[in-house]
Design a protein around this ligand. Structure first.
Ligand code: IPE
Ligand code: IPE
Ligand code: MG
Length: 244
């Protein structure tokens, strides 16, 4: 490990995406009910959003609930839905005041109408903001997102408004839920797991990955800066070799 660098001296990734994992293990280690792990996870979200804003990250994406997470115990799912409602209710005004622009990516299926209305409202309220771009991946699955894009592209091709030969990588990017958001430069996953779990599978083609053993509820500004320091030690080549 090299010495810690001050945030001003770091090259900032434009877009940091985080797989926030380990809430239940954090709770279990403290003999707490798992819902308290998710509560602690929400506190970490607040801290990390504030830190990203302070250190000048332009885009932050947080994986909060995957399309596979519906498989969990219905009580746990309902607790997580409650926390999302709370997050929007309690934090939207402050985020708006801090010029944060909120986006949500993921499916609308299975999500209750009151939550959909809250997400739509949060998006519309902050649409004109020019500060931190915060994307919450909720009921999100990268494969489903690509299926949606393929369907939309096929509809246009069938209608004659899009030539198959004109379809390129850019076309696909534009049809994804993340249209308008640059691809992530850095993907962080907490809790020691080293997999994508269906997160941003198209967009992560050239991302750097940082895996940390820290459980999400313990992830904070210092840990975020630590991940960015690790990113600074990486050399991104995009297939061009090293000049040798
Ligand atoms: C991440 O923590 C939060 C969600 C996936 C909703 P987990 O709930 O996956 O906690 P672990 O990984 O089981 O410890
Ligand atoms: C991935 O975490 C989804 C989120 C962090 C929201 P999981 O804990 O659900 O992923 P797996 O099951 O370990 O792959
Ligand atoms: Mg997990």
């Amino acid at each position: 490990m090299s010495a810690a660098l001050a945030p001003e001296t770091l090259r900032m990734p434009r877009h940091v995406a985080i797989i926030m994992d380990g809430n239940r293990r954090w709770a279990r280690a403290r003999l707490l009910p798992r819902v308290l792990g998710h509560h602690a996870g929400m506190r970490a979200v607040r801290k990390v959003v504030a830190a990203a804003h302070d250190i000048g990250i332009a885009y932050l994406t947080l994986y909060s609930f995957s399309s596979e997470n519906w498989r969990r115990d219905p009580h746990e799912v309902s607790d997580i839905m409650g926390l999302l409602r709370r997050f929007i209710r309690e934090d939207l005004a402050e985020m708006h005041a801090k010029n944060v622009r909120l986006r949500f990516i993921g499916g609308r299926d299975r999500v209750s109408p009151d939550i959909l209305a809250m997400l739509d409202d949060a998006r519309a309220t902050t649409e004109g903001n020019t500060g931190l771009n915060l994307t919450i991946a909720f009921n999100y699955g990268g494969q489903d997102e690509i299926v949606d894009a393929v369907r939309a592209i096929a509809r246009e091709a069938k209608a004659g408004t899009l030539e198959p030969e004109a379809i390129g990588r850019e076309t696909i990017s534009q049809f994804l839920h993340t249209a308008g958001v640059p691809d992530p430069d850095l993907i962080v996953r907490t809790s020691g797991e080293q997999r994508l779990s269906n997160f941003l599978i198209w967009q992560s083609a050239y991302a750097e990955f940082v895996f940390t053993d820290t459980l999400w509820p313990e992830f904070d500004r210092k840990a975020l800066i630590g991940a960015i320091e690790e990113f600074n030690r990486r050399e991104r080549r995009y297939g061009a070799g090293d000049g040798a």
